[in-house]
Design a protein around this ligand. Structure first.
Ligand SMILES: Cc1cc2nc3c(=O)[nH]c(=O)nc-3n(C[C@H](O)[C@H](O)[C@H](O)COP(=O)(O)O)c2cc1C
Length: 174
């Protein structure tokens, strides 16, 4: 049920060493490709990373907030051809959250590592440039984020619904 999925989905930054089965990877990608996009242009593409050495290098795309990428058995790098659509950020975000919900539905944990608008540890080099160079991504593409996925290696409480911000909901007018 969607409500239960949303309650359970939290960010998991620790994973067990168990590999994600190819069948599950295929289902995750199948689900991701069903994401809606503006004008149905589908400007996104995904790079599936399971190679340990590449995972470790990917984790180094930012000075903070991406260390967990090295631990995850699977990372899906979400990129877009920015020449195809002016709403590629929204389109990629939908893919990313679709992957998070799909992962949770399969009993897997996930965490988003932001790449767009972030800096790499090297002065003057963006995280986007770092990832593009590492994965041979053409220049006219942009990297939105890295979605790391794996079997949960930590416990998380479900979403705390006492903290729902109903004050942010406006009726009919602001
Ligand atoms: C757009 C976006 C960017 C995020 N970037 C990062 C990130 O770079 N590193 C990280 O550890 N978590 C990142 N997160 C995860 C958030 O920190 C997390 O979703 C938020 O704190 C809520 O916690 P929860 O997912 O456990 O419910 C990102 C989440 C979103 C939606």
């Amino acid at each position: 049920m969607m409500y239960e999925l949303l309650q359970k989905r939290r960010s998991y930054r620790k994973f067990t060493e168990q590999a994600v089965e190819q069948e599950k990877i295929d289902q995750l990608l199948h689900n991701a490709l069903m994401s809606p996009s503006g004008k149905s242009i589908n400007p996104w593409e995904m790079i599936v990373v399971t190679d340990k050495e590449t995972q470790v290098k990917l984790a180094g795309c930012k000075p903070f907030g991406s260390a967990f990428v090295a631990e995850a058995p699977l990372s899906i790098v979400i990129i877009a051809d920015t020449t195809k659509s002016d709403v590629w950020v929204e389109d990629c975000s939908i893919v990313a959250f679709n992957l998070q919900l799909s992962a949770e539905d399969m009993g897997l944990g996930s965490c988003w590592a932001q790449v767009r608008n972030r800096q790499s540890p090297t002065e003057g080099v963006s995280a986007d440039q770092y990832v593009k160079e590492l994965l041979n991504i053409p220049e006219h593409y942009a990297v939105e984020c890295i979605m790391s996925i794996g079997y949960k290696g930590m416990e998380r409480k479900p979403f705390n619904e006492d903290k729902l911000q109903f004050e942010k909901i406006h009726n009919n007018t602001f």
